[in-house]
Design a protein around this ligand. Structure first.
Ligand code: ACO
Length: 426
């Protein structure tokens, strides 16, 4: 007989089935729990809660493994391209040469951005954080693409994904140009996706040249960020989309969720932390001790992860890429040395060992972005650009599998019933 989980409550026994994933994940399906027993589960931060079944990304936090659609991240980072990985995530299979060509062409066919979107961009003060600007611009696209996307029509979904991917690339680059009070560069359909992004970011005159070291480093970084199953931002996208809000509105919610320093905003926070350590001084041990002190709010940014209890496999690849890229570009960055020393001290410290706190994807990514000439406040925008195909894939899967509206329950601990008191009697 198949395994079941039994719950005994008020002398009654309830049985719940085990659901197994294809990579050996085991869960208990408690969807009938409340109806049968009156109980709900309490799991702040959803640390033990599976919100869905998914075929997109697998990760094993204990072993430090990550795969998109079954392909290990190490292989994709080495052999694939971001444009191909987008297709893989969205369509479920690696594309044939013809499928890839069509995919690239379709993305390039959606580079028109309505003038009014530029006006919205121009209305922001130049010191606005690029993540806030990007979330707003993405949300504004709803107004310029009012036709709802039907996730069950494959062709409709294919074009909606291409449209959003194409425009986000432009909006991200323009957000940067605007915050630096630079002229906006137009997209160039003769270039590849990443080359086009790069020229829109950095082209200032006719002498501009594409640097292939930078292009391939960006390509790898975006692949590494492309999806990460049910994290905070992907869950935000799914939750918003579960009310049947549109794709653009749902993705805008994902951008806002990613912004926070405990999630994608950590890449900016890591560099700010390293710069602070560098300027304040006092030795690295002082900062490690501060991170361990529960009365101090300071945390070692770029360390720890909700699911990885081993080295984040993306951090391993990025650490090596940081070495390569800085070497190839001939950039010497004391911040990289500081990061390496800090990592070495933390990894030997009992506090970090006991809690299985290892460097995550954000620990070294900011160092590469710096070397590539991307400013600190744009780091999380780069993350969003990479994560976009993952968010769209999650949204699509959620809608295509007819997920019910997301609506967690709570355990109420507030005041019991009491009578209203008029204001002059309070
Ligand atoms: N520095 C110091 N202590 C830490 C750190 C850290 N970076 N991360 C976790 N801890 C400690 C906690 O204080 C806690 O200690 P305790 O058990 O004595 O109370 C223990 O380790 C477990 O940490 P939680 O915060 O409960 O773990 P959670 O899964 O809720 O949080 C998170 C994970 C948010 C990533 C956390 O490790 C953190 O804040 N890290 C720094 C921010 C960061 O790098 N975020 C990027 C994550 S990757 C991404 O989102 C793309």
């Amino acid at each position: 007989m198949a395994d079941k989980v039994k719950i005994t409550y008020k002398d009654q026994e309830f049985e719940y089935p085990i659901v197994e994933g294809t990579m050996g994940d085991v869960s208990v399906d408690i969807s009938k729990l409340r109806g049968e027993s009156g109980l709900i589960t309490l799991d702040p931060g959803y640390k033990n809660t599976g919100s869905c079944e998914s075929k997109i990304t697998f990760l094993d936090g204990e072993k430090g493994k990550l795969m998109y659609r079954g392909y290990p991240i190490e292989q994709l980072a080495e052999k694939s391209s971001f444009i191909e990985v987008m297709y893989l995530l969205l369509e479920g299979e690696l594309p044939t040469a013809r499928q890839l060509e069509r995919w690239e062409k379709t993305i390039k066919s959606y580079t028109y951005v309505n003038d009014r979107v530029r006006k919205i961009l121009n209305a922001f003060p130049s010191n606005a954080h690029p993540m806030g600007v990007l979330a707003t611009l993405t949300s504004s696209l709803t107004a310029f693409n009012p036709k709802a996307v039907d996730p069950n029509k494959e062709e409709d979904m294919y074009h909606a994904a291409a449209r959003l991917i194409s425009k986000m690339d432009i909006l991200a680059a323009w957000t940067y140009r605007k915050s630096n009070e630079l002229e906006l560069n137009e997209p160039d359909s003769n270039l590849s996706y990443i080359e086009n992004f790069y020229q829109m970011m950095f082209k200032n005159n006719d002498k501009f040249e594409l640097n292939q070291t930078i292009i391939s480093a960006l390509d790898k970084l975006l692949i590494l960020h492309a999806d990460h199953e049910q994290n905070c931002s992907a869950s935000a996208v799914r939750l918003v989309g579960s009310s049947h809000a549109g794709l653009f509105a749902s993705i805008s919610a994902g951008i806002s969720a990613l912004w926070g320093p405990l999630h994608g905003g950590a890449n900016q926070a890591v560099i700010e932390m390293l710069e602070r350590i560098q300027s304040d001084g006092g030795g690295l041990q002082k900062w490690v001790d501060k991170a361990k002190n529960k009365d101090d709010e300071f945390r070692l940014m770029g360390f720890g992860h909700r699911v990885y209890k081993n080295m984040d496999p993306r951090a391993k690849i990025i650490k090596k890429a940081a070495d390569d890229v800085l070497g190839q570009l001939g950039v010497e960055d004391e911040i990289l040395d500081l990061a390496r020393d800090l990592e070495a001290i933390a990894l030997k410290d009992e506090y970090f060992i006991e809690r299985k706190l290892y460097p995550n994807v954000d620990f070294y990514s900011g160092i590469i972005y710096r070397a590539l000439g991307i400013p600190n406040e744009m780091f999380t925008v780069m993350f969003a650009l990479g994560r976009l195909p993952g968010w769209i894939s999650q949204w699509k899967e959620m809608r295509q599998t007819f997920q019910p509206i997301g609506r967690p329950r709570q355990v109420y601990t507030g005041a019991q019933t009491r009578n209203y008191v008029p204001i002059d009697e309070r």
